[in-house]
Design a binder for this molecule. Structure first.
Ligand code: 9WN
Length: 450
């Protein structure tokens, strides 16, 4: 597969523009996920942003993580949104969540949502420490001190995940909402969402996403549907009724799924943090390695003969075998026998994925073009998302597949050379879709280039 257009910018120019885009989204102690569309801090975006910022300033990268973790809940959960002041345009906003009114665990500072997102943060801490070391002694010492100060929060976050989100010890994280997976309307969740039936009467809402992107043509076809949104909002209503309490949520929510992709990220992050604990002589290394082992095994246990992973619907007990990018979860955390891992890498480059002849750039689409659920323009149902490409490159590098990683890296740089830092890309036309100057897209560009 060739690319639709030749590389527009050199890597150095792309990196310069990426730094400029991140600077434009910097509100001092937090970087908004995207101007206009997402004017607040998002949890997993913040981790990717820290990974990118580490290439420019480990000081600013650590500030990002500190801001996020200062909004940690008392039970250890790191919220998926930290609302920044002065922009009420995102829906659902603080009033809809009403976290402080409903839960004694909600933090006292800025308002937050009552959900979480995939725990990429440990990976970010590892990368920031590495970048600080490359920068010199003084920077390494400063970063070490600040990571030490963050350590109790990081351990509490991982403990929350291991205990409250996997009480049965399956080695898979339970999520309460598609938003918690970060892959909101992925076909992964079609079956479990079919059991989410919004009650006729609940507080009406206005969609903010379609409105924010209104100037761009055909936007509705690139976002989740109104039916999806009614379910998203209804689940928040169910969570409010459970007062954001994990035990009540588990008993009452109409959506309850074991998310294999988040689980793989958790295993990898735990492994990374264990290494940091050893190096900085911090407590908890054994506990973190235990989490890494348990979740690596949990992920591997869901795989088919080709190593392709599956989610689990905890309400019905059904395994959800969908053809989405989440199936490559074992490439992030390891744990497959070598032959199976090879088959999984072969699958990644097969015509069902990166080897599809129609692709503008040979990168994994969020859903396989061979799947009935594939929709090339609609959000997580087909488009390519640069942070997901980054995760796969990083996973392939750490799981002993450097050639495969290099191939994806070259294609990723082709895609990012448009300098737009789009939220997602049309896999067949190469067109930029969704928000522009999306922070995590700029951040992964910086990390890949510098
Ligand atoms: C809901 C911020 C976030 C990403 C998610 C992406 C999208 C939010 C939305 O934007 O989700 O959390 O409003 O659609 O799906 O992965 O973290 O960039």
């Amino acid at each position: 597969a060739g690319r639709a257009t030749p590389r527009a910018l050199t890597d150095v120019e792309t990196a310069g523009r990426a730094a400029y885009a991140l600077r434009g989204n910097d509100r001092g102690r937090l970087t908004v996920a995207a101007p206009g569309l997402y004017p607040h801090m998002w949890s997993w975006d913040a981790a990717f942003i820290a990974i990118g910022l580490a290439r420019l300033s480990t000081d600013r990268a650590l500030t990002e993580l500190e801001t996020l973790l200062s909004s940690q809940w008392r039970n250890g959960m790191v919220p998926h949104i930290v609302f920044s002041d002065g922009d009420a345009s995102y829906e659902p906003g603080p009033q809809r969540w009403a976290c402080r009114e409903l839960s004694a665990d909600a933090p006292s500072g800025p308002a937050t949502s009552g959900l979480m997102q995939p725990p990429v943060h440990g990976v970010a801490v590892r990368r920031v420490l590495d970048a600080a070391r490359r920068a010199g002694r003084a920077e390494e010492r400063a970063a070490g001190d600040r990571i030490r100060a963050l350590w109790p929060a990081l351990l509490a976050w991982h403990r929350y995940l291991a205990e409250r989100r996997d009480p049965e010890g399956r080695g898979l994280l339970t999520i309460y909402h598609g938003w918690e997976s970060g892959l909101d309307n992925s076909p992964r969740w079609d079956e479990p969402y079919s059991a989410v039936v919004p009650a006729a009467a609940f507080v009406p809402f206005q969609r903010a996403d379609v409105h924010a992107l209104g100037s761009v043509g055909g936007v509705a076809a690139q976002r989740p549907t109104d039916g999806d949104y009614a379910r998203y909002q209804w689940l928040i209503e169910e969570l409010r009724r459970a007062r954001y309490d994990d035990a009540r949520a588990r008993d009452t929510l109409s959506f309850l799924v074991a998310d294999v992709f988040s689980s793989a990220i958790f295993a990898a992050a735990a492994e990374d943090l264990a290494g940091v604990a050893d190096e900085l002589r911090l407590p908890g290394a054994e506990e973190l390695r235990g989490q890494a082992d348990r979740f690596r095994r949990g992920v591997a246990a869901t795989t088919d003969d080709d190593g392709f992973a599956a989610d689990l619907d905890l309400r019905t007990g059904r395994t959800l075998r969908t053809r989405t990018i989440a199936g490559f979860a074992p490439l992030l955390c390891g744990g497959l026998p070598a032959a199976r891992r090879r088959r999984l890498v072969d699958t990644l480059f097969s015509p069902d994925w990166c080897g599809h002849p129609g692709l503008a750039v040979a990168l994994p689409p969020s859903t396989s073009p061979s799947s009935d659920a594939f929709d090339p323009a609609r959000y997580w149902r087909g488009p390519q998302w640069p942070p997901m490409t980054w995760l796969l490159i990083w996973g392939l590098e750490r799981s002993g597949e450097p050639e495969a990683a290099a191939v994806l890296r070259a294609s990723a740089l082709d895609q990012l050379s448009d300098g737009l830092f789009a939220e997602y890309y049309h896999p067949f036309t190469g067109e930029a879709l969704g928000a522009r100057s999306q922070s995590w897209t700029a951040a992964v560009a910086l990390d890949l280039i510098l």
